[in-house]
Design a binder for this molecule. Structure first.
Ligand code: ADP
Ligand code: ZN
Length: 795
């Protein structure tokens, strides 16, 4: 297998597939390891995440190199390094011609080698003082390599943050120190050497580098080296931090909260599992505002009191100051991992975690790899979120990886959601793999907000002009504003208009590099490709027919912003989308202004739909519910239901109550109807039937092989060859092969794309299929290949 590309970012789509809990249990690290090495057979040490793995004494070790090759390499472990190196440690090894070397990861020891004795090269030196991976992380990486069909070296590179690899914020210095050896044991001390020793004695306590010391003593570094040779001084390498350390701060005394009966019951279920000290998945299904976070906090308290650590994963956009504050109020040592950290900050947080200074780690997707030593609990909030899936290799789903990690260390894991993914729901209800805890009531007995479905067809008939706000929503906004209450408006499209077309000839402005239309952005007045970022000035006449009939069509956040400002000139509006959030901290400052009542209407994309808890929000408007519904994806209904529920959940959180307005051109659509009644159970039952009928997840698994090339011809030939080679009838038992065919977005960032879709009856069947073809997964040179297991998008 050649490097999986890592650049084929396809658009975010809902997807919540994962291996069955059942399948997860089957795959012990040992089994995964056995099937891994094409060149070497791994001997995985018996590991217990709660201890370090033993140092290796074997004559050989297998080393993973971050080259994208799908096997490990055998190296000799020289006598002097036996007992010095542990699995998960980085080492420098000879690689390539001449004196070239590379840094790789020791994944295990080998008692024998399949290579001729003379051909085996030895490890040069360790790179770090010890392993940078806990044993469970190494096992986890091994499993990911197999499940996500990604070379182990590439997985390990993803598990360890680049900032840690670069040692950001730390530097190593050399310091000269006097040894214990008495001067009397040395034959002769030259005068220059004398000056150095005197200088050392004076400066005891503040050691200097060889160069600095030589300068002070008025000699050359060679003199210091000569003293070293005599055994009188030693040159030590030390690591020092370049910047002062941040201190953890516990902010406030937590306010005393009495759990509701439902919360207490849910908490007890989690605590029982913690007490049992065993792997187990608990699905905490609680309506928005039912106090799920409080249950997480209490459960984590239990774990921390027991001297263990917890990891909390939340979607990136839910990683708001508000969320972080709730954890900091409760725990003194909280490490936060989000995408806005600088390298130095990230490295420091990582060290705090690895060295046991953090009790709780809260972060987005990659926090699942936090190097905690004694993991007692994992919490995944909003477990249905598709942002837990990574869209570059390794294309892992953090929730599924988290379940596997919990399994490896024998810890409980809590999945929380108001709208669980159908996969998790089925694992509870039908399969009984997960335990269940439910919160059916909002805190304080507050009712769920009424949801009004607004028929936009009727609006179009009864009103003149183009309006993105219906009359009912307009009226509600005005009313809320008069009462100094707040509004959240949600629209899943940024930009101003979603496409630009010529009324005369139908020409649509498209990206030259991608097979998609361009979006018009009024500020700063450009056409932009949302996939590759290509920008172009908007044409004044149609480039195809020359007519001056270019029309802007479709509604984006910028257009709604303009309309709101026109209709309510005095209202203070904050827009939150990928465009307005580009600068660091932009997110935080708008949310802070909204919280402090300096902004009346918060308008935005997904960012405003998640996790916000503002009691003064009494109106929520979904500008166009049809956007999600019309996605060409079998998860469109699920995604729509989740979105409406989440957005609706932002209101009615205080004593003033709240109302929701869902604008749609399909008011009779079942998904919209059920979402407006907050009826998750009915939705899930209906949707599961449809999925089963069509053989889609959670009934079976999907995977995708994508081939990309700048040459359309070559991409096409490569996928045909691949299909021919891979899918001999004997190999595809139980696997349905769809394609090959061009991807729905046939061209992306100048690359032509073809794919093969695989439908498997179970995760296990898919895994066995990959195992059997893995060594054949090699596209011709110059052709890129990506494999996506449990894809969140098939575009
Ligand atoms: P969810 O995560 O389920 O949407 P939250 O955990 O955000 O709900 O809780 C909603 C609000 O209710 C928060 O402001 C929280 O502090 C508060 N809350 C949670 N549990 C209780 C309780 N038992 N008593 C009073 N307030 C509570
Ligand atoms: Zn493009």
């Amino acid at each position: 297998m050649t490097p999986a590309d890592g650049h084929d970012r396809t658009p975010q789509r809902p997807d919540d597939e994962r291996p069955d809990a059942d399948d997860l249990r089957l795959k012990s690290p040992r089994e995964s390891a056995d099937s891994l090495g094409a060149m070497t057979t791994l001997t995985m040490p018996e590991t217990n995440a709660k201890t370090e793995s033993p140092a290796l004494e074997t004559p050989f070790v297998s080393v993973a190199l971050p080259l994208g090759v799908d096997h490990t390499f055998t190296y000799g472990l020289p006598e002097r390094l036996r007992g010095q190196i542990r699995p998960g440690q980085r080492v420098r090894v000879p690689f390539g011609v001449g004196n070239r070397s590379a840094v790789g990861w020791v994944v295990g020891g080998l008692t024998e080698s399949d290579l001729a004795a003379g051909k085996i090269k030895a490890i040069i030196e360790p790179v770090d003082a010890g392993p940078l991976m806990t044993p469970d992380l190494l096992d986890l990486a091994t499993w990911m390599s197999r499940y996500y069909v990604t070379p182990i070296g590439q997985v390990l590179e993803a598990v360890l943050p680049a900032a840690v690899k670069r040692n950001a914020g730390f530097k190593t210095v050399q310091l000269v120190v006097r040894t214990d050896k008495p001067e009397s044991e040395v034959e002769r001390i030259l005068s220059k050497q004398r000056r150095v020793l005197d200088r050392l004695a004076e400066a005891a306590g503040t050691p200097a580098s060889p160069r600095e010391l030589a300068r002070q003593a008025g000699c050359t570094v060679a003199v210091i080296k000569s003293l070293e040779a005599k055994g009188l001084v030693r040159i030590e390498t030390r690591e020092v931090e370049e910047f002062a350390r941040d201190h953890f701060i516990g902010l406030e005394e937590p306010k005393a909260v009495h759990l509701t009966a439902e919360q207490a019951l849910a908490l007890q279920r989690v605590k029982n599992q913690i007490a049992a000290d065993r792997f187990g998945v608990i699905l905490l299904q609680g309506v928005t505002g039912s106090g799920k976070t409080e249950v997480y906090l209490r459960a984590i308290e239990d774990v921390v009191d027991g001297g263990r650590q917890a990891i909390v994963l939340v979607p990136e956009i839910a990683l708001t100051p508000q969320t972080i504050r709730r954890f900091r109020e409760r725990f003194a040592h909280v490490a936060v991992l989000h995408s806005n950290l600088s390298d130095v900050e990230r490295h420091r947080q990582w060290r705090d975690i690895a060295e046991g200074r953090a009790d709780v780690v809260i972060g987005a997707r990659s926090a699942v790899f936090a190097p905690v030593q004694d993991l007692g609990l994992i919490v995944i909030d909003e477990e249905h979120e598709n942002s837990f899936k990574q869209d570059t290799a390794p294309r892992y789903h953090a929730r599924d990886v988290a379940i596997m990690r919990a399994n490896l260390v024998g810890a409980p894991i809590v999945l929380g959601s108001a709208t669980p993914s159908l996969e998790s729901y089925r694992n509870v209800r039908t399969l009984g793999h997960y335990q269940e805890a439910r919160l059916t009531q909002r805190i304080g007995g507050r009712p769920m907000p009424p949801v009004h479905i607004i028929d936009m067809r009727q609006e179009a008939v009864e009103r003149k002009g183009q309006h993105s706000l219906s009359r009912a929503l307009e009226k509600a906004i005005a009313e809320a504003w008069r009462k100094q209450e707040q509004t959240i408006l949600f629209l899943n499209r940024r930009g101003f208009s979603t496409h630009l077309f010529c009324i005369k000839c139908g020409h649509v402005a498209r990206c030259p590099d991608c097979d998609v239309g361009l979006t018009y952005h009024a500020k700063p007045g450009v056409l932009q490709c949302h996939y590759c970022g290509h920008r172009a000035p908007p044409p004044e006449v149609c480039p195809a027919c020359g007519a001056e009939t270019i029309n802007y069509w479709g509604t984006g956040t910028q257009r709604v912003e303009e309309e709101v400002q026109r209709k309510f000139p005095d209202v203070r509006l904050g827009r939150m989308d990928a465009d307005s959030m580009r600068k660091r901290g932009g997110h935080e400052s708008i949310l802070a202004a909204f919280r402090d009542g300096e902004v009346d209407i918060l308008l935005g994309t997904q960012m405003v739909a998640k996790g916000l808890d503002f009691p003064n929000v009494t109106v929520v408007g979904v500008i166009n519910a049809d956007v999600a519904l019309s996605l060409p994806d079998f998860r469109a209904n699920e995604r729509t239901f989740q979105l409406i529920t989440q957005v609706a959940g932002r209101t009615g959180r205080g004593p003033k109550g709240g109302e929701v307005f869902v604008q749609t051109f399909q008011p009779e659509h079942l998904t919209i109807q059920m979402a407006s009644r907050h009826d998750y159970e009915a939705f899930a039952a209906d949707e599961l039937q449809t999925r089963q009928r069509r053989g889609y997840p959670p009934f079976g698994r999907l995977a995708r092989i994508i081939i990309r090339s700048q040459s359309r011809q070559k991409a096409h030939e490569a996928i045909q060859a691949m299909a021919g080679r891979l899918f001999e009838p004997t190999r595809v038992a139980g696997i349905t092969v769809l394609g090959p065919q061009p991807c729905p977005i046939a061209k992306l960032s100048r690359f032509w794309r073809y794919h093969i879709l695989l439908k498997a009856p179970s995760a296990r069947a898919l895994l066995h299929f990959w195992d059997s073809i893995r060594s054949d997964l090699t596209p011709p040179g110059n052709i890129q290949m990506a494999i996506d297991v449990d894809p969140q998008s098939t575009l």
